[in-house]
Ligand binder design. Structure first.
Ligand SMILES: [Zn+2]
Length: 396
């Protein structure tokens, strides 16, 4: 019993310290002891264990400006395990390699008209992307801890609680076993026994944008489709896998590609906003250069873009009214493609929301184009950070 309890405490302390190293590096052992509320001796011992197992790296004594003796600093091991993120969009497949410091080590992309292909053809077409990502990790001597697949999908769960793709409305996918398809491709490139996990693009992006936030948030983002996730204690709610873009807000508006009428997508989705200004719907410019063609027109003073943005803001505020009334979030964060629209979207949205509620703050997130990919890769690494001892036991 005593051994089990001791192992439990050691396991918790290892997780706490690894989390602190990931969040605060470079950091000294004395600083870690203060942050963790542990003795310096305990930190030194546990840090030795994390260093021996290739999760933490001792940087040695670096430039020292403070009082007292110079102390060596530690950081996540740059040669430690990595996570791979992978996503399918209407015009490409893309992936990245992320290390324990949260840094993207490698990006890969292949242009592909995924809407004209079957799910199996898309995943097969992604083989060169997956191969290059794995080659990068293995030639750097790094262990791939798993692959996170980000999809703008509606999910169900199987008997074991694992996510199943029910549909990806933007790609026309229905009941696709994406996990088996990806695992098959990994096997084909010789990457055996790799953990494949699925998740919604929006919850993955929300995790990157809102990690560590203490207040309750509603994150609204997405690329092709609008999505939303409730974030409490800095963690996106596990149930946040629904189709926020298909909430009905336009009683007299026409049909949505999903088959229903009046969806939020019809005013705030990328296809609707692009067509309002005569632009083709595409994801590539934003991923490659961070530029969103619709947002460029908006910021150049295009009146059609301004009108479409105001209409989108009203529809978003109406769709948010019910969750805001029920959950009372402190802040609504606009991320993904919506962040690129800036105050032109935020101000009318906040104004309309305030008409109905004393209301949350509305702030614009970073909205980087690869946050979903980064979140997908980090979902794999989070398992190591949450339980390093368990992970070491499984992989040793
Ligand atoms: Zn719809």
């Amino acid at each position: 019993m005593a051994d089990a309890a001791g192992k439990g405490i050691r396991s918790q302390n290892l997780a706490l310290l690894l989390r602190l190293v990931c969040d605060s590096s470079p950091v000294t052992r004395v600083e870690l002891a203060k942050l963790a509320g542990l003795t310096k001796v305990t930190v030194t011992n546990l840090m030795a264990e994390l260093i021996d197992n290739g999760l933490v790296h001792d940087l040695g004594v670096t430039q020292h400006g403070g009082p007292g003796r110079p102390a060596s600093r530690v950081a996540p091991d740059p040669l430690g395990p990595v996570g791979i993120g992978f996503q399918v969009e209407v015009d490409h497949v893309a992936g990245c390699v992320v290390d324990l410091s949260g840094r993207i080590r490698r990006r890969e992309l292949r242009r592909m008209d995924t809407r004209s292909l079957s799910p199996a053809e898309v995943v097969r077409g992604a083989r060169p992307v997956l191969r290059r990502l794995f080659d990068h990790a293995t030639t750097s001597g790094q262990l791939v801890a798993g692959i996170g697949v980000a999809l703008p999908a509606l999910f169900g769960r199987d008997r074991d609680g694992q996510l199943l793709v029910r549909s990806v409305p933007g790609l026309g996918w229905q009941d696709v076993d994406v996990r088996t398809l990806v695992a098959g491709e990994l096997e084909a490139i010789g990457a055996l026994g790799i953990d494949v996990r699925l998740g919604g693009s929006v919850p993955f992006a929300a995790d990157v944008e809102c990690r560590g936030s203490a207040e309750d948030l509603i994150y609204v983002g997405g690329e092709a489709e609008v999505g939303a996730a409730l974030v409490t204690g800095g963690v996106p709610h596990a149930g946040a896998v629904g189709a926020f873009g298909h909430v009905p807000v336009h009683p007299r508006r026409g049909r949505c590609p999903c088959g229903r009428s009046g969806c939020l997508e019809l005013s705030a989705g990328r296809a609707a906003m692009a067509s309002a200004v005569g632009e083709p719907e595409t994801a590539l410019p934003r991923l490659l250069s961070g530029k969103e063609p619709f947002a460029e027109r908006l910021h150049d003073g295009d009146r059609r873009a301004a009108t479409a943005t105001t209409l989108a803001a009203r529809a978003l505020a109406d769709a948010l009214a019910a969750p805001v009334a029920m959950l009372g979030p402190a802040t609504v964060v606009l991320g993904g493609r919506l962040a690129a629209l800036g105050d032109a979207l935020r101000e009318p949205l906040a104004g309309r929301l305030a008409e109905q509620h004393p209301g949350p703050r509305v702030r614009i997130g970073q909205g980087r184009p690869d946050t979903a990919l980064q979140g997908a890769a980090w979902s794999v690494l989070a398992e190591i950070v949450d339980d390093p001892l368990g992970w070491l036991d499984r992989t040793s």
